[in-house]
Design a protein around this ligand. Structure first.
Ligand SMILES: [Fe+2]
Length: 429
């Protein structure tokens, strides 16, 4: 389910709507669940056999056609290629629209004029200067990783298969710089046979050494792809990346998921720790620095800084994940030397910077009072001062990702009147 809060002229409009995916429409008409969830419906050998047989039968008698999509469009949102999309990495994106009255309308499943046959990441990266979108998909069969771009006019580039990804890795996110794409190769691997052995299509490989793969943005094949081993660095989400040393070194800021073996079943046991990783492209050396030992994931930055050196990160504080007890503003411009001297508080604010001239917004639910609200914080303030709050009529469940968009940007897409701010977020249904 997709939730939106539109704030304009001192008023707020809240809306919750299911994205009208193929799965939603088929199951709504049937009145019961038809398309199985690979992550939860095959959790034992008996469940695999029984639910597998039922699914095959339903496919044969025409109750559903998986080629129309199996995804929930429930992971993230992105504005690129002339559309606002609801995304899930197991399917194509769904184009959605926000009506002037605040309603959420599903436009439909989008295949970029037939050029995107199957799924794509839920975390494409949009260059703030060019408007280009950079994306990929991962797959349990070769090629395990495929890279592509989408022009601002919605035209998709041809696929670039990455055959140097030799095992089927679970790649949820990646990063871009001005000239490069950075892919993580973590200890989480996709494995369809895992449904038989462990009941899960994603598993943990303790013998694998995590890597970072670096590919030029406009590569026409993978011949210039370079892989760098980074033992112990499991990046599920990226926060940002940029180049230094005239492009010879890449800096990646990301949470390193400690205890990643618990990622799928016990999120409360993992402990993401934000690190700065430097990759020397010429010498082939990698160095790592801990930016915070707090439990921080699902961080966000000013989207105008994507791919460029930035200073501020805003992240929920896991209590434990997926719950959060607050939001922290982190200054990642502090040098490694300063870090050792613990000079943190004096470096929160930097002169001549407008990177944090904006808002940090989030949905919040108080489990004690059972009240839900939408919070707007001043990103420039050191304590993230709450400048507006909207009491919500119902709870927005703990979810995945949200997106803050200016209505003026949406008006450019849809040519509607009005002004205001929109925050959208998903829950897990
Ligand atoms: Fe994500």
């Amino acid at each position: 389910m997709l939730h939106s809060t539109k704030i304009s002229q001192g008023k707020a409009i809240f809306c919750s709507r299911y994205v009208k995916t193929y799965k939603y429409l088929v199951e709504k008409e049937a009145g019961f669940s038809i398309i199985p969830n690979l992550f939860s419906d095959f959790n034992s050998f008996i469940a695999l056999v029984c639910r597998g047989a039922v699914s095959v039968t339903r496919r044969k008698i025409g109750q559903f056609d998986p080629s129309n999509g199996i995804g929930l469009a429930n992971t993230s949102l992105a504005l690129f290629g002339g559309n606002l999309f609801a995304l899930c990495e197991s399917d194509l994106p769904y184009a959605i629209k926000l009506a002037p009255n605040g309603d959420i309308i599903t436009i439909g499943r989008h295949n970029f004029e037939g050029n995107l046959p199957i799924n794509m990441t839920a975390h494409p990266k949009i260059d703030p200067d060019t408007g280009e979108a950079f994306a990929f998909r991962y797959c349990p069969i070769p090629p395990f990783l495929t890279y592509f771009r989408i022009h601002p006019n919605g035209t998709k580039s041809r696929d670039i298969p990455i055959f140097s990804m030799t095992r089927p890795s679970f790649i949820h996110d990646f990063a871009i710089t001005k000239n490069y794409i950075i892919f993580p190769d973590t200890q989480l691997e996709t494995n369809p046979f895992g449904l038989i052995t462990s009941g899960a299509p994603v598993g943990y490989n303790s013998r694998k050494v995590p890597r970072l793969g670096v590919l030029p943005r406009y590569a026409t094949d993978e011949s210039k792809m370079k892989w760098f081993e980074v033992p112990g660095f499991n990046m599920i989400h990226a926060i940002n990346a940029w180049e230094v040393d005239d492009g010879d070194t890449i800096v990646v800021i990301a949470p390193n998921t400690m205890s990643i073996e618990h990622f799928l079943e016990r999120l409360d046991l993992i402990r993401p720790r934000i690190e700065k990783v430097k990759v020397d492209l010429k010498k082939g050396m990698v160095s790592r620095y801990t930016m915070s030992s707090w439990n921080l994931e699902l961080a966000s930055i000013n989207q105008a800084c994507v791919g460029k050196k930035n200073k501020y990160i805003y992240a929920p504080i896991g209590n434990p994940l997926p719950k959060a007890k607050g939001v922290v503003k982190l200054d990642v411009s502090i040098s490694e030397i300063d870090q050792r001297d613990c000079i943190v508080a004096t470096r929160i604010f930097g002169p001549n910077s407008n990177e944090d001239n904006g808002y940090v917004v989030c949905y919040m639910h108080n489990e004690s009072t059972r009240e839900s609200s939408f919070i707007v914080m001043d990103a420039k303030s050191h304590d993230l001062e709450i400048v507006a709050a909207v009491k919500l009529p119902r709870r927005v469940p703990y979810g995945f990702h949200g997106r803050f968009v200016k209505e003026s940007d949406l008006n450019t897409l849809w040519k509607v009147d009005g002004s205001g701010l929109l925050e959208l977020g998903f829950n897990l249904k």
